[in-house]
Ligand binder design. Structure first.
Ligand code: 5CA
Ligand code: ZN
Length: 431
């Protein structure tokens, strides 16, 4: 599936420190990707409603991680899926009398436009569940060969008992697991299951619903196996970071990891992700912003109302990605005034005759004049340090705020171009 266009990433002098990220599985701060190539799988949208601020916040968090990795001199392999066949999408299409494919195509196109407007760097592989059906089939065959699947009235379940390490991502007790399954697409109360939390890997054909042939019978894929198959196919049996909103910790990421551990042999280390990164839930009117609750603030609506996409981006990343937070009506106003202050400061600290940036590019020449850059170099070093420390964007923003006050008073002469490039490359904000 087509990804979206990448914003330019200006070159910065030197390289940043090794990025650390909070790992849910170990409950500790850890090196996000130890090698020269960082591999990331971020769970993508289920395309039945437009991108809301919560989605944007989650994808912005991983965008900051990608930017920090690139700044640390790493190559990045980033994969994201699209759950383009699943219950909520089919239900919405049926409710509105629309073909599910048309609904998905439209929402995916809108999502791409929103991601590009917010300058979120695209994944190299953007993969839909439907196009991944052959991978899912192969993956399910492996699960089947390992005796981890069982049939129940035409549907096929994965037995959690097949994975001795089950629970190692979320660390939850059984009661909580059962509750979260019920809340997140599972069917713990269905009679005949070996264990209430066992997830579907293949759903037998239902009247009026799409289906595909499989060795498990005509049907459609389960949710967790979709991500397990796509992630390990494109990134290898073991990869660096599995990322998603914290509502995906259980059952989704636990189940995908369990599937992979059972289906695949480790390559000297356990299959699936080395680290599990989870972002906060953004609330609106005191409740998690969600399609099912309907309390949504759409990115496209904010853009259509004439808001500067950079103000939307700044409003979101001024919250750290881990603690839950509330989107409020005045979020954009304060981001806009901060943006104006930064732009004024950059202008004040840019030498006369500095070439105007073309097409919004920050254009700091890597071999450019270093004179007068002392303040800029200090800002860059501090921003890098903040962002490599569990994506502390609010900390990095504070560094720019301080610099902007000094620069606006004419006391950071010459540092404008470097700060502008740093804000662009590390925070994704074009000034
Ligand atoms: N397709 C699956 C993942 S494979 C899915 O969860 N899709 S989604 O459209 O429901 O969510 C897409 C991403 O946005 C997920 O990482 C989810 O955790 C995140 N997300 C959903 N609601 C919020 C919210 N209110 N705040 C922050 N992130 C959210
Ligand atoms: Zn997923």
């Amino acid at each position: 599936m087509m990804s979206w266009p990448a914003a330019d990433l200006p070159d910065l002098p030197g390289t940043g420190p090794e990025p650390l990220i909070w790992d849910t599985a170990t409950g500790s701060l850890a090196v996000a990707a130890p090698g020269p190539t960082a591999t990331l799988y971020a769970c993508g949208i289920t395309p039945y409603d437009a991108t809301h601020v919560g989605h944007a916040a989650t994808y912005l968090a991983w965008d900051l991680l990608v930017r920090s990795w690139r700044d640390a001199g790493k190559r990045v392999r980033y994969v994201q899926n699209v759950t383009d066949v699943d219950d909520p999408l089919l239900e919405r299409a049926a409710r509105d009398g629309e073909d599910w494919r048309d609904l998905a195509d439209r929402e995916i196109a809108d999502f791409r436009a929103d991601m590009a407007a917010l300058r979120i760097l695209p994944p190299a592989h953007y993969i839909g569940a439907v196009e991944a059906l052959p991978l899912i089939e192969t993956f399910n065959q492996r699960l089947s060969e390992r005796g981890s699947l069982y049939e129940l009235d035409g549907d096929t379940y994965f037995s959690r008992a097949a994975d001795p390490a089950f629970g190692s991502v979320s660390g939850l007790d059984s009661e909580t697991m059962v509750r979260l399954c019920a809340e997140n697409g599972g069917d713990p109360a269905r009679p005949g299951k070996k264990d209430p939390v066992d997830p579907l890997v293949w759903l037998g054909q239902r009247p009026g619903e799409p289906s595909w042939p499989s060795a498990l019978g005509e049907g459609r894929p389960g949710w967790h196996v979709e991500c397990a198959a796509i992630a390990t196919h494109y990134l290898g049996r073991t990869f660096d970071v599995q990322a998603g909103g914290r509502d995906l910790i259980f059952p989704h990421h636990e189940m995908s990891a369990a599937h992979a551990r059972v289906a695949l042999d480790g390559d000297g280390e356990p299959p699936f992700a080395r680290r599990y990164a989870h972002s906060a839930m953004v609330r609106f009117d005191g409740e998690k912003m969600s399609k099912s609750r309907g309390n949504l603030v759409f990115v496209s609506a904010l853009l259509a109302a004439g808001n500067d996409p950079m103000a939307i981006r700044l409003a979101i990343i001024s919250h750290h990605y881990r603690p839950d937070w509330d989107w409020t009506a005045d979020s954009l106003e304060s981001a806009s005034s901060r943006l104006t202050a930064w732009r004024t400061a950059v202008a004040a600290a840019t030498p006369a005759g500095w070439p105007a940036a073309a097409d919004g590019r920050a254009g700091y020449p890597a071999d450019g004049p270093a004179a007068g850059d002392g303040a800029g170099q200090r800002v860059l070093a501090r921003m890098r340090e903040r962002l490599a420390d569990d994506l502390d964007a609010p900390g990095a923003i504070e560094v720019i705020d301080e610099w902007a006050r000094v620069a606006a008073a004419g006391q950071a002469e010459g540092s404008g171009p470097l700060v502008r490039a740093a804000v662009d490359a590390l925070l994704g904000i074009a000034l």
